[in-house]
Design a protein around this ligand. Sequence first.
Ligand code: C2E
Ligand code: CA
Ligand code: CA
Ligand code: CA
Length: 276
Amino acid sequence: AKAAGRNTLRFFDPAMQAAIDRRYALEHDLREGLLRDEFLLYCQPQFDADGALAGGEVLLRWRRPDGELVSPNEFIELAEGTGLVLPLGRWVLRETCKRLAGWRHNPRLAQVPLSVNVSAQQLRCTDFPEQVLGAVRDTGADAHLLALELTESVMAENLEEVIAKMERLRRGGVTFSIDDFGTGYSSLSYLKRFPLETLKIDRSFVHDIHIDPDAAAIVEVIITLARKLGLKVVAEGVEEEAQRRFLSDEGCDRFQGYLFGRPLAIDEFERQFGHA
Ligand code: C2E
Ligand code: CA
Ligand code: CA
Ligand code: CA
């Protein structure tokens, strides 16, 4: 046992300790950032097949005191692990609803829906539907213009409970998209049990459609499936004209990606698309 004790000591790894320290520091900074209002909304435009603006996806950014702009890929997981994603997610929903309400009298933006990414933890909150509908009510936003993006894995837990929450929100006018479709392990039969409006094809499939016949086949099948189920299809990560053409030929409804526009600070989005 003594030898084992010494052995465990020998396993101590400075690189691992450094990683733990970084994590703690990041968690601390995230908490501070929330108090200091360091988060902001970006928005990436989506277009229909005729090239008209059809919506925007709200994407969170963290502007650290040194000016660095951090993508949620770098902190969302930690925010989820520490529960910080709850106040952060509430903030994103409120700010999004404020925008929608502010756009009501702008003829170019009044009908433009915004979608918001929702994490598993948020959806697990018993009062999630009330939180969302409360934000809609308090701000005066039109709930029909608010779409929530859920991933397959988020929807896979507590099926009945998730469906009940989604239905409550659906009755309030809010719509739902499945995000990153095709990457999770959901059974296709789920699709018709959830009150869904839209299916977003993951960009890993879009990326290869013009070079890899398998990726092309998968995208074809997803679009056909969506159409038969009466769902709209959004393709994300469209970067090249060849990808757009393929998707468009297959009947994809909406397009999002660098080919059409990068995520913009939401003020900038408003300036670019809200003016004549
Ligand atoms: P996502 O929901 O799949 O969002 C799309 C990501 O793809 C965004 O990264 C976007 O900037 C990026 N993207 C858009 N077009 C292209 C393209 O043509 N090519 C490539 N390579 N990438 C493209 P972003 O903004 O860094 O967000 C990363 C992820 O963080 C999101 O992935 C989403 O899962 C999560 N996220 C973002 N905002 C929120 C939020 O408010 N709450 C939660 N819970 N998660 C969020
Ligand atoms: Ca998304
Ligand atoms: Ca996505
Ligand atoms: Ca993704």
